[in-house]
Design a protein around this ligand. Sequence first.
Ligand code: ACO
Length: 150
Amino acid sequence: ARVGSDIEIRPLAKSDHTRGHVELLSVLTEAPSVSAERYVERFQSMKACKDTYYTVAFIHKPTDKLVAVGTVFLERKFLRGTGVVGHIEDIAVSKSMQGRKLGLHLINCLEEIARSTGCYKVILDCSKDNIPFYEKCGFQLKEYEMAMYL
Ligand code: ACO
């Protein structure tokens, strides 16, 4: 997949609070605003977990706003010869940019990070509606998700 020349792809930056990162997440779920201070705290705490959180941001250059974002989180295991599993989380493409293959390109980027950091698989949870999208990205349906809200 190709993205247009109006899009820059790079790791999430500490300053992306000002580029509408949290607002973009409202396509996923309720995304109440986060203060600049708390945003930076969260960013730093993720950085402190060395080689664990990889968040990729797509920036719309003309507006300097995030238009797509997603994370792969690396889980270290005792199983699989102390293997590593990539968990894809919080994939969001802004409404006005959906259908331009940004989602597909974003998943490809996260998959490549997982591959190059040595993950043996990548997994994710999604709604039934999103199954066709992830199938187009190369995923297969497996197991069930369970949750307990605390
Ligand atoms: N149902 C069926 N097909 C779909 C859907 C869907 N809901 N969404 C995308 N597709 C198809 C496209 O038609 C395209 O197919 P094609 O190659 O045959 O033309 C292919 O999947 C790739 O589509 P993209 O253009 O890359 O999709 P987009 O950029 O719109 O991103 C996404 C898809 C991420 C689901 C986006 O619509 C979005 O942000 N939605 C709201 C938030 C959301 O649901 N995020 C995912 C939550 S799950 C998680 O985070 C792990």
